[in-house]
Design a protein around this ligand. Structure first.
Ligand code: UDH
Ligand code: NGS
Length: 351
């Protein structure tokens, strides 16, 4: 009987000890949990300081509206992005460019899933060095535009640019005015985004080397320096036609481009005159990197050689202050957004 009592009280003490230990365990766990959730909260709040929030939206968003980070997205300090390097790592160098196989816009769309509406792109893994608007003067060249988009989008993506493509389409069948369309492209692109660089590209010119970076340099840049149709050399030293780039500052310094060159020829020489009259020089890639192909075609209707062009380029210095972006007048007829480009149809008026 005495043994039973002893055993029972021993068991009772052991049970009490176990229960006590259980309570202690629960208490320690609760304390640990509460303290840990406090520090997690502080970490999340740190991540949402304006500086880091800005970096996150810069990485993900290509439209005007900043998109809020997803609730379960990892908010980690390691996501701070660096500026993209001078030599983008995925460039491949010389490219095969040919125009024998037809391409469709659907094919190009499916090959460039990273593009945002309007032909907008920005790199995911770094902050682009420049925000570049690609401006294409256009009328009735849909076949050429398909090739341009087919070749250029993958190149521009590899070049890690924050870019958008603007096709400036001249409405009607009046005389074509390339330089005025380029001015309109400048003005319209700036309404959408804070671009700091403008590449002006004919629709039928395709670079043959992706190291020819479609961005701006310390001087206005001539990019199509070595065209197949000229035997891969410059036709003359002052030639500034085809594809060129100017920063916003450089463009404004020359009051943009002339608006009164109707028909073919001379407007690119006028732009060259503007640049040199303001003490700037032309920057160019080397002849191998600057090789490009032109899609062969017949002369367009309503773009015959302009008989006034020689007289006009002789007077650039006198006319440029009053004729340019400061005197630009036009009407927007239609804006269409495709995944691959923004097409802006405009009424440029008459000579
Ligand atoms: N452009 C159009 N539509 C036109 C005219 C010009 O889209 O009707 C654009 C297009 O982007 C083109 C650029 O303006 O690449 C320059 O056009 P251009 O006619 O000044 O230059 P391009 O070198 O042709 O294309 C020159 C005449 C070629 C005659 C060849 C005869 N075999
Ligand atoms: C020059 C034109 C430029 C033109 C260049 C190349 O003569 O506008 O030829 O033309 N200047 C004048 O006419 C004053 S191309 O061979 O590409 O048709 O860009």
């Amino acid at each position: 009987m005495r043994d039973t009592t002893l055993n029972f009280s021993g068991l009772h003490r052991t049970c009490s000890l176990v229960v006590l230990l259980c309570f202690l365990h629960i208490f320690v766990t609760v304390i640990y949990y509460v303290r840990n959730s406090d520090s997690k909260q502080a970490f999340v709040q740190n991540q949402q300081t304006p500086q880091i929030h800005r970096k996150l939206t810069e990485q993900k968003v290509t439209t005007e509206e900043p998109r809020a980070p997803q609730a379960n997205a990892p908010l980690n300090v390691t996501e701070k992005l660096e500026t993209c390097p001078d030599n983008p790592p995925r460039l491949v160098g010389p490219l095969r460019v040919e125009f024998s196989d037809p391409v469709t816009l659907d094919l190009v769309r499916s090959q460039n899933p990273e593009l945002q509406l309007g032909g907008r792109f920005k790199p995911k893994d770094c902050i682009a060095q420049q925000k570049v608007a690609m401006i294409i003067p256009f009328r009735n060249r849909d076949e050429h535009l398909k090739y341009w988009l087919y070749y250029l989008h993958p190149i521009l993506e590899r070049q890690q640019l924050d870019y958008g493509v603007y096709v400036i389409n001249q409405e009607g069948d009046g005389i074509f005015n390339r330089a005025k369309l380029l001015n309109i492209g400048y003005a319209e692109a700036l309404k959408e985004y804070d671009y700091d660089c403008f590449v002006f590209s004919d629709v039928d010119l395709i670079p043959m080397d992706d190291r020819n970076i479609y961005k701006c340099f310390s001087q206005p840049r001539h990019l199509s320096v070595s065209m197949d149709k000229f035997g891969f050399r410059l036709p003359y030293t002052q030639y500034f036609g085809g594809v060129s780039s100017l920063s916003k500052t450089q463009y404004l310094k020359i009051n943009g481009f002339p608006n009164n060159y109707w028909g073919w020829g001379g407007e690119d020489d006028d732009i060259f005159n503007r640049i040199s009259s303001k003490g700037m020089s032309i920057s160019r890639p080397d002849g191998m990197i600057g090789r490009c192909r032109m899609i062969r075609h017949e002369r367009d209707k309503k773009n015959d050689p302009n008989p006034q062009r020689f007289d006009r380029i002789a007077h650039t210095r006198q006319t440029m202050a009053g004729d340019g972006i400061n005197s630009l007048k036009y009407k927007v007829v239609k804006v269409e957004k495709d995944q691959l480009f923004t097409k802006i149809t405009v009424d440029v008026g008459n000579p």
